[in-house]
Design a protein around this ligand. Structure first.
Ligand code: NAP
Length: 475
């Protein structure tokens, strides 16, 4: 009975899905108030906003497959290969940690914790199903708002005209795309094509051996021992959850972790990750990658790659990895747009489009030296006190920094490392945007016992030279 209901639901789902796509009929010369090229977070938000004003809107969305062949439907990177799967994989890895904590809270684990293994295939399948459901909701919402959605690549013909190369399927014999071209016209056109991963230029040919974050959440086989090249957000986030899921991880990067970030915070993140078992090779350059079917393979009994890298002193190291994950940055994906035809100016090297309204990438706004005050403090999360008696003496992992303008007391930035950092920082981000001052922060009620309350206890400035060590509880 259950199976029957399930099959019926799947058929219904597929039918409705096809219905939503096939309901988009367009013809040469069709005119829209807004054409959106790219159906990710930005493109969809703009499309929906325009539709609220009764504007006719069409979204063109197609994900050109990664070099490994990974592609997905509407929703962009965030939904399909970014924030959403990342958070779910992160949650999967945290759960194993909680198992260890549970013993301290009286759960009888009967020494079984270390025998518990994660099933990569179940994780991939369940996350994949969830992502599919999100894509379904996106298509349904667009449909309800009369926004047309085409699985199509948009290319400018001129500043008002776009060729939509509508992907209608794949030719079975060589997997090439079946498509038809339709020319549409738009009063306004939004380019919201997002970014795609880049590969290092050296060693030559490395891209053929690497996956990127675009592929990771769709890997059919577990990644195994993994080398992560690059230590930006993506490299570190992936390293964190892969390690938590039980795969050995080494991060190799050419400079330092999160180079443009506050290095006090970064060093704490690094220490925390090292404690968790991740190894780091900083200021190192990968110089060679060889698949183990070369003569080197005799030393190893698994399939994968021998990676050789060199440190800043010229010393060479090598190790075996099953998977190499390149997280060496992303660049705007403008390849198919033909921006010149539309007269759009862009940076030839980075592909970044110059936009007058977004000049406020605040390159010219900065604060340094005497004009700012930096408040800081360490704390120890209550959640950690009991289960982590071993780390109990180390009160220097969780840290808060509040940066304010000295003259006005206005806060211009907050940093936070510790559990639930994303959730904690969200509320403060709203307050900072609305002009929060240090005095207001200190006068706020701290909800006890929470981690976020530590922000309201902040009082030590760096300039004072006083110790930022943890204040006693409940002070
Ligand atoms: P990224 O932040 O630019 O970091 C790239 C990393 O790769 C850096 O550590 C960089 O080192 C290193 N690298 C670059 N070229 C290399 C090479 N040839 N050999 C070795 N290492 C190399 O890029 P990302 O982590 O891929 O992230 C891409 C974008 O997604 C970023 O804009 C990021 O902000 C965004 N993102 C945001 C979030 C979030 O907000 N939570 C999450 C994921 C991604 P250097 O420091 O020396 O340049």
């Amino acid at each position: 009975m259950f199976q029957y209901t399930f099959i019926t639901t799947v058929l219904l789902f597929t039918f409705l899905n096809n219905l939503l796509y096939s309901s988009t009929v367009i013809n040469n010369g069709d005119y829209f108030n807004l054409i959106v090229i790219g159906g990710g977070s930005a493109g969809l938000a703009c499309a929906k906003e325009a539709a609220k004003y009764n504007k006719s809107v069409i979204v063109l969305d197609y994900t050109v497959p990664s070099p490994r062949g990974t592609s997905w439907g509407v929703g962009g990177t965030c939904v399909n290969a970014g924030c959403i799967p990342k958070k779910l994989f992160h949650q999967a890895s945290l759960l194993k940690k909680y198992l260890h904590d549970m013993e301290f809270y009286g759960w009888e684990m009967n020494n079984n914790i270390d025998k518990i293994k994660n099933s990569w295939s179940s994780l991939i399948e369940n996350v994949g199903n969830y992502i599919s459901s999100l894509r379904w909701k996106i298509r349904r919402d667009l449909n309800l708002m009369n926004i047309k959605l085409l699985q199509a690549i948009g290319t400018f013909i001129d500043h008002n005209t776009v060729n939509a190369k509508i992907i209608t399927g794949k030719l079975e014999y060589d997997q090439k795309l079946k498509f038809k071209n339709v020319t549409i016209r738009g009063e306004n056109i939004l380019i919201a094509v997002g970014t795609r991963p880049t590969f290092p230029k050296k060693p030559v040919g490395i891209s053929k051996y690497c996956i990127t974050s675009d592929d990771l959440f769709y890997l059919e086989q577990p990644p195994g021992k993994t080398a992560v090249i690059g230590a930006g957000y993506i490299g570190l986030e992936c390293a964190g959850f892969l390690n938590g899921l039980g795969f050995p991880v080494k991060v190799i990067t050419r400079s330092v972790l999160l180079r443009n970030f506050d290095q006090d915070m970064v060093n704490l993140v690094k220490q925390y990750m090292i404690k968790d078992g991740i190894t780091f090779c900083t200021k190192c350059e990968v110089i060679n990658v060889v698949p183990t079917n070369s003569s080197e393979q005799l030393k190893y009994d698994k399939t994968g790659y021998i990676v050789t890298w060199r440190d800043e002193r010229g010393r060479e190291y090598r190790d075996f990895f099953n998977t190499i994950l390149c997280a060496t940055g992303r660049l705007p994906f403008i390849d198919n747009l033909n921006l010149r035809k539309a007269g759009v100016n862009y940076d030839n090297t980075t592909g970044k489009i110059y936009t007058a309204n977004e000049k406020t990438s605040v390159q010219n706004i900065f604060a340094a030296g005497d004009v700012i005050s930096v408040y800081h403090g360490y704390y120890y999360p209550l959640e950690w006190e009991m289960p982590r008696a071993d780390g109990g003496g180390d009160n220097s992992l969780c840290y808060i920094k509040v940066i304010s303008l000295k003259r006005s007391d206005k806060i211009i930035g907050v940093h936070f490392t510790g559990p639930h950092a994303g959730d904690v920082i969200q509320g403060f981000a709203v307050a900072v945007k609305n002009g929060l001052t240090v005095r207001q922060l200190q006068n706020s009620v701290g909800i006890h016992p929470t981690i976020a309350e530590e922000f309201t206890r902040i009082s030590i400035t760096k300039r004072s030279g006083l110790s930022p060590r943890q204040l006693s509880c409940c002070s």
